[in-house]
Design a protein around this ligand. Structure first.
Ligand code: TPP
Length: 674
């Protein structure tokens, strides 16, 4: 297997096993994307990691972690106005943050082109909801391409770039969790470092770029017309017949159009052209058909492997705007068509309306149960959905293999804070300080886990950066229940600042704890504005404390997150006078720090041990809950040394001081000198 960097920068065509997120980076390079921006969020951070893994002198694009998704979108927009092909990528809910700018993009002439790559998350694997961002596409007149596999990610991203540049409009490439993370053999094309003309090409005459009052209407009209042109373009291509083959390939269609703009670079191998945008799998079935896209398509193919009378399939690559004529032709040829789509009934509604308008008699089967609106369309789920609508389609399932009992008994491992995490000491301290009626507002980050037992600190959560606003509301007409809010330091800059300004401005009455660990930990340790480095090296550090003071917060206390007593004292102090106050609970992310130590060849720190004075209060286990602590069959407590990182944050929690560093001489490879 070749090294990822060698694959991504390969000048020759080749093939390699790649995950969807890596295939996307290769596609960015082949398409000559100049500017890439993002704010991290699953399932997309590997895209940024792969770009940053490229040696900076060879990295063919500018890449930044912006402070949030809105700014990422704006930077990409500005670059596109200057003629640079640009891309912003982020997770599903990132589009909510970007929305105010994003919804305007369709009104603009995006001279260089701009592709928004979305990591949607059916199944809420790593998100607070399952939101279906196809609705945003409709709302903003933006085309959406949806690949099903890494190979399609590669091709459709390049198609999206061509479409965006040609039409000067934004295009969404909608990925979902398992398309991002699925690995397969991907054939890639050739690439050579392009000659760059970086002349800023912003041209006011390509505008207007100021949508005010009456100017909005021609801009909206133009956006709608572009969308219809895209629809016609997608429809114009007879979908490829996959089996038995009779239709033309996408390449033929592209050639017919005679426009180089739609065509991938001619030097690329045949494989590059083999992914049609919309595809019909013709199983010779005039009765039944399925319209689907993305991951559900792959699951469907899997599930139908043993079916005797397979339905025909229309697999859409362009899910917005709906290629109406393609869909109508498919409907006309079948008596019943099932719409197999994850999450909402986005296509179903449009297809039913279309069939009504055209007077078609085809029975269109949409979502029939609540379950069909939820979760990922894995093969199991697709089989369940198909059985519910066509009971005779699939062979009766055999015995479902039973998972061995000892595995089921354990259940899935619950998420937990890492050993040495400063968030743990904060939650342990706060748990001991909170009164029953107090209210703790959680926010998004590793520290969200504070809501779990045994800490149970965290009563409400909306989204990144909500905590200050929500806490302010909980503080209104409330003289009896203390309100504290939490926020991470990356979130502080991402979406936290307006809530803080509001708390100062409107004199709200709660305490905010900033969980300062120096990084964006939950998504993989990306840099943020207080860290002093960006994707290109050292930069200005913007300290959280100075920002707070600059914003007019009069009571700001800084404590080490490891010092539980001081933290509790700071909380008492903060509530001794009414008003808004902030405690910065600071400790570096120990996962990041431990990895850095290892990389620097430093010795690991001496782990702790439980000595004979232990009286089995079990606070280390049941209240502090560091995963390094284990209980022996005889009820004794011991420390699992390969988990303990020697941080010693636990020592303060033992009422009889039974936790001590293990004598160093037992392992000369360790050190107690941090
Ligand atoms: C709008 C939005 N963008 C991105 C994410 C993904 N995300 C979840 S947690 C997190 C990191 C938060 O970092 P920080 O606030 O520093 O807390 P930490 O994880 O370091 O404790 C991110 C980026 C999200 N949930 N919502």
């Amino acid at each position: 297997m070749k090294k990822l960097n060698d694959v991504l920068l390969d000048h020759e065509p080749g093939s390699e096993i790649m995950m969807g997120n890596w295939a996307l980076v290769r596609a960015m390079i082949e398409a000559d994307v100049r500017v890439v921006t993002s704010y991290p969020g699953s399932p997309t951070p590997e895209i940024g990691a792969a770009i940053l893994g490229l040696p900076s002198e060879k990295r063919p694009m500018y890449f930044e972690w912006s402070v949030n998704e809105k700014v990422a979108t704006e930077v990409a927009f500005g670059a596109s106005l200057n003629g640079h092909l640009s891309c912003a990528f982020f997770k599903s809910v990132g589009l909510n943050v970007a929305a105010d700018s994003f919804v305007q993009l369709g009104h603009m002439e995006l001279v260089g082109g701009l592709v928004i790559v979305l990591g949607d998350d059916p199944g809420a694997n790593s998100s607070q909801n399952e939101q279906d961002n196809r609705h945003f596409a409709r709302l903003s007149y933006t085309p959406v391409l949806e690949p099903a596999s890494p190979t399609e990610v590669m091709h459709m991203f390049k198609q999206a770039c061509g479409l965006s540049r040609d039409m000067r409009m934004p295009v969404i490439l909608r990925l979902t969790t398992h398309v991002c993370h699925h690995k397969e053999l991907v054939h890639y094309g050739s690439w050579s470092p392009p000659e760059r003309d970086d002349t800023p090409r912003f041209d006011k005459k390509a505008g207007p770029y100021i949508p005010v009052a009456a100017t909005v209407f021609p801009l909206k009209q133009r956006a709608l017309k572009k969308l219809e042109q895209v629809r016609a373009w997608a429809d114009d291509k007879a979908p490829v017949q996959s089996s038995p083959g009779s239709g033309g390939t996408l390449r033929d269609d592209l050639k017919k159009k005679g426009s180089q703009d739609w065509v991938d670079k001619p030097s690329q191998p045949e494989a590059v052209f083999e992914t049609p945008l919309n595809r019909v799998v013709d199983n010779g079935n005039c009765e039944r058909g399925v319209i689907t896209m993305g991951l559900p398509y792959l699951s469907l193919i899997d599930v139908l492997a043993d079916a005797e009378e397979k339905p025909d399939i229309l697999k859409l690559g362009m899910v917005h705007p709906l290629p109406r004529e393609t869909v109508v032709r498919f409907l006309e040829h079948h008596s019943e068509v099932k719409i197999l789509e994850e999450l909402d009934d986005f296509l179903e509604q449009q297809i039913k309306a279309l069939a009504y308008d055209r007077g078609l008699k085809t029975r269109i089967i949409g979502k029939e149960t609540l379950e069909e609106w939820m979760g990922e369309y894995t093969p199991d789920k697709v089989a369940e959905v198909l059985r519910a609508c066509w009971g005779d389609l699939l062979p009766v399932s055999g015995e479902i293999p039973q998972v061995e009992e000892h595995l089921t008994a354990r259940g899935p491992r619950p998420p937990q804070l890492c050993p040495g995490c400063g968030h743990r000491t904060v939650f342990h301290a706060v748990r001991g300080w909170l009164k029953e009626n107090d209210i703790a507002v959680a926010d998004i980050g590793c520290h969200t886990l504070g809501f779990l037992p045994p800490y149970e600190v965290g009563d409400a959560l909306l989204c990144m950066g909500h905590s200050n606003g929500t806490a302010a509301g909980l503080g209104l007409f409330n003289n009896t229940r203390r309100v504290i809010a939490f926020i991470g330091d990356s979130t502080f800059f991402h979406a936290g600042l307006p809530g803080i300004v509001n708390a100062v401005f409107n004199k709200h009455n709660h305490t905010l704890i900033v969980m300062e660990n120096g990084t964006t930990a939950m998504t993989g340790h990306q840099d943020h504005a207080a860290g002093g480095t960006n994707t290109r090296g050292p930069t200005v550090e913007i300290p959280v404390q100075q920002v707070l003071e600059g914003l007019g917060v009069t009571q700001v206390t800084r404590v080490s997150a490891y010092q539980e007593d001081k933290l509790r004292a700071a909380l008492d102090e903060s509530f001794s006078t009414p008003g808004f106050s902030v405690i910065i609970a600071s400790h570096p992310c120990m996962l990041k720090k431990t990895r850095e130590r290892r990389r620097q060849g430093k010795k690991p720190l001496v782990p702790v041990q439980v000595n004979e004075s232990c009286e089995r209060h079990y606070i280390c286990l049941s209240e502090f809950a560091c995963p390094s602590y284990q209980i022996a069959d005889d009820g004794g407590v011991w420390v699992q040394e390969d988990l303990c990182i020697g941080d010693r944050s636990c020592m303060q929690t033992c009422p009889v001081n039974a936790i001590t560093p293990r004598p160093k001489e037992t392992n000369p490879k360790e050190t107690d000198n941090d």
